[in-house]
Design a protein around this ligand. Structure first.
Ligand SMILES: *Cc1c(COP(=O)(O)O)cnc(C)c1O
Ligand SMILES: [Zn+2]
Length: 413
């Protein structure tokens, strides 16, 4: 059953049939999926949703595929953790972590977008999927292609973390490390996509891909008791996720699924070494200037974000703000979350935690408000960031005397 009417240009409003295209032929604006909200309203309700399995597909009507999904059936529905310890430390009693460090199956929120994109690619009749990726997308595309029995071409910058590379190559895709930044990879993939008739999940399938992100927002609202938060802190790479979360809250509001109206302030978080969006926000600009990335937060190191303009817009229109943090602050953010909440996130999560702390210190965040920090990826994939800073195990012989001597030496008791 499909609730998709077609595509629509975000800029000029021109409508298109469902096709594997992503830009308007007339004004080059990005295309978005058009839904039949009246029909969705008749099919979806809080009761219907809560009876369905705990996966992203419980919001099936709002995910743009026509047939039943074939792969990624149990992706999503990750924990929303009330972060009481971190909240106590920061003086934020209503602080929550949306934990996609444990998103199934490849441990990042990209499993949501890829589930939407790969099922859509199958509907369009493709036998090959591809992507330009900063790492997590590559992992997820490679895994879903394997499960779908499709061929995969993975294009990544050649200097990614070992965990991100291994997390793709284990699925045996055709994997290419491009000598350059993500922006070089992406530009190159646009050229490849023009020649090879593949489903590039974040190029020609992008409108469908992006709407997979909305499920992260639906889950937050449902898990907060059918409410949108007062503040939401999002990592920004290509700037798709930040816009889709807000869209998710607004769709739920429009469908009458929320207790109150949406008054969420949306905050953008980037690493200082790649901060085109937050720099624009802080300067009061509506357009960003592309940058050359230089940060350990590689998963969000996109210097020329495809949806950057819309990310800035959603932040400004909701009364939010943007902030960026140094690589040392990123590391401290990762360690702070691990120490207080027992959650090991990758560098992108270090960014959102550190930015939350910074925004609070600046008085930009209401400490009492219901605040959700987006944790979008898994720490074991970026272990280089912290490995040298942590206490290694003390090596001892398996003897009580040796153990007690170590206890004493380290003053553990
Ligand atoms: C891709 C990614 C993001 C941001 O995604 P965009 O939608 O491109 O802004 C955030 N966190 C992690 C871990 C990612 O892999
Ligand atoms: Zn247009």
């Amino acid at each position: 059953m499909s609730f998709v009417l077609g595509l629509k240009c975000r800029e000029c409003g021109r409508e298109y049939q469902q096709e594997p295209i992503h830009v308007c032929e007339f004004c080059f604006g990005p295309l978005e999926v058009r839904y039949d909200y009246a029909a969705i309203g008749r099919s979806i309700s809080r009761e219907a949703i809560t009876k369905r399995p705990a996966s992203m597909w419980r919001y099936r009507e709002l995910i743009p595929i026509d047939r039943d999904p074939v792969v990624g059936l149990d992706n999503g529905f990750t924990p929303l953790v009330h972060a009481k310890n971190l909240g106590r430390l920061l003086g934020m009693p209503n602080l929550y972590i949306k934990n996609d460090a444990v998103c199934h199956p490849t441990l990042s929120f990209k499993d949501r977008v890829v589930a939407a994109a790969v099922n859509k690619a199958m509907e369009f009749g493709y036998d090959t999927v591809a992507c330009a990726s900063t790492g997590n997308l590559a992992n997820s595309v490679a895994a879903h292609a394997a499960a779908a029995g499709m061929k995969a071409y993975i294009f990544i910058p050649s200097d990614l973390e070992a965990g991100k590379v291994l997390g793709s190559s284990i699925y045996e895709p055709n994997i290419l490390g491009i000598d350059g930044s993500y922006d070089d990879v992406n530009r190159f993939c646009s050229e490849v996509a023009a020649v090879y008739k593949w489903a590039f999940v974040n190029i020609n399938i992008r409108p469908f891909y992006g709407d997979g992100s909305k499920t992260y927002g639906y889950e937050i609202a449902e898990q907060l008791g059918w409410r949108a938060p007062d503040a939401y802190i999002s990592p920004v790479a290509g700037s798709s996720l930040i816009t889709k979360i807000y869209k998710a809250f607004k769709e739920f509001e429009q469908l009458g699924l929320l207790e109150d109206e949406v008054k969420t302030k949306v905050y953008a978080a980037q690493a200082t070494g790649c901060s085109p969006v937050t720099t624009a926000i802080k300067a009061g600009k509506t357009e960003f200037t592309p940058v050359k990335p230089n940060t350990i937060a590689k998963s969000i190191a996109i210097g020329n974000p495809a949806d950057g303009y819309y990310g800035i817009k959603v932040v400004n229109s909701t009364g939010g703000w943007g902030e960026d943090v140094t690589d040392n602050e990123v590391i401290e953010g990762m360690r702070l979350l691990a120490r207080t909440e027992g959650i090991f996130t990758e560098t992108a999560g270090g960014v959102t935690v550190a930015v939350t702390k910074k925004l609070l210190e600046q008085g930009k965040l209401d400490p009492e408000g219901v605040t959700v920090i987006a944790i979008t990826g898994q720490g074991l994939k970026t272990r280089e960031a912290v490995a040298d800073l942590l206490t290694p195990p003390t090596i001892i012989e398996p003897k009580l005397g040796a153990f007690e001597a170590t206890m004493k030496k380290n003053r553990w008791q």
